[in-house]
Ligand binder design. Sequence first.
Ligand code: NAP
Length: 345
Amino acid sequence: MGRVGQALTRLVLGHGRRLRLQYACLADSTGFVWLAEETSDEALRELLVHKENGRKLVDQPLGHRHGELSPIEQADGLEGPVVLVDCTASDEMTPMLTEARQQGTHVVLANKLPLVGPLARYQALTGQAPGELRYEATVGAGLPVIRTMEGLLATGDEIQSVQGCFSGTLGYLFSRLEDGVRYSAAVRDAWRQGYTEPDPREDLGGLDVARKALILARRIGCAWELHEVAVEPLYPAEMSELSLEEFLQGISTLDDLYAQRLAESQAQGKTLRYRAQVSGSGCQVGLAAVAQQGRLGALRGPENIVVIRTGRYSATPLTIAGPGAGPEVTAAGVLSDILDIVGKG
Ligand SMILES: NC(=O)c1ccc[n+]([C@@H]2O[C@H](COP(=O)([O-])OP(=O)(O)OC[C@H]3O[C@@H](n4cnc5c(N)ncnc54)[C@H](OP(=O)(O)O)[C@@H]3O)[C@@H](O)[C@H]2O)c1
């Protein structure tokens, strides 16, 4: 019940109601509320307001601490298809997700972590099971990336490579650089406006993009671990040790480096993008000089783009672009996964 979980609840209270969706249980880091008996919109709306006000579910009159009851066991008594939705940023839930699928509960993820852990755990989670697994929102938020890839694979196409820009924050940063803003000023502005994680090194380190690239690589059959993704961070390793304040001050030392890299690429009719590349031969994430008029070069601000080259889409690759972050579009991606599943039920 964080930003995405709350946006999903708002969607269900609005559009989802017409689709006869019903929440049985809501959870946060402290505990959960079992709602299966309490089906009124009013009860759900009250819980939403409680979370929107930054409060914890365990402090709610209906709240239980984790461990007091098993929501999965409770779900056994429910009628119709049951979907467990993970909108956390924690991998604590992964064993529960795997077990839930084995017991016939469907699983939908906005959370990338269950998909990027050790390969054996990934295979256990994604293997054959009575419950379905969907994770559209993990790459490109609401953009139809995974379902497009699955449609290609299901119809016998061969995905040769996937490349793109999967970070709205880094897209914003490089658009500012193109506007003539210094690297440190662009990072500090993005941080002040809340476009980055609380510590911007989480974005600049490239790990989030590497996770998305690994999710796509594993989906096309590459049995790789996260450490096998080559990642180029946008700051030197020694700056990892600095406090946040020291980092935000020290980052000015990188201004000339990135100004020079941009000027060199522009002299060749190119620009800089933080690009992910996935193919059977490897997975790389880092800064690349790309044609200014090309698909990646034409991208502006925080948009995401995914370019899929296949046997059928060979000369002109299949391209998906649009906003790739934000609670509302992410929740819409989650909801479309849920509807795909319950529509079959
Ligand atoms: N925001 C986006 O634009 C976006 C886009 C695509 C994907 N995602 C992914 O979606 C996920 C959620 O993002 P967010 O922005 O909504 O994060 P968030 O605001 O930090 O919300 C995370 C939620 O997970 C809850 N939580 C943490 N540990 C838990 C546990 N063990 N059991 C149950 N609940 C637990 C937290 O509880 P408390 O409320 O008690 O802290 C919080 O409600 C992340 O994995 C993120 O990477 C986000």
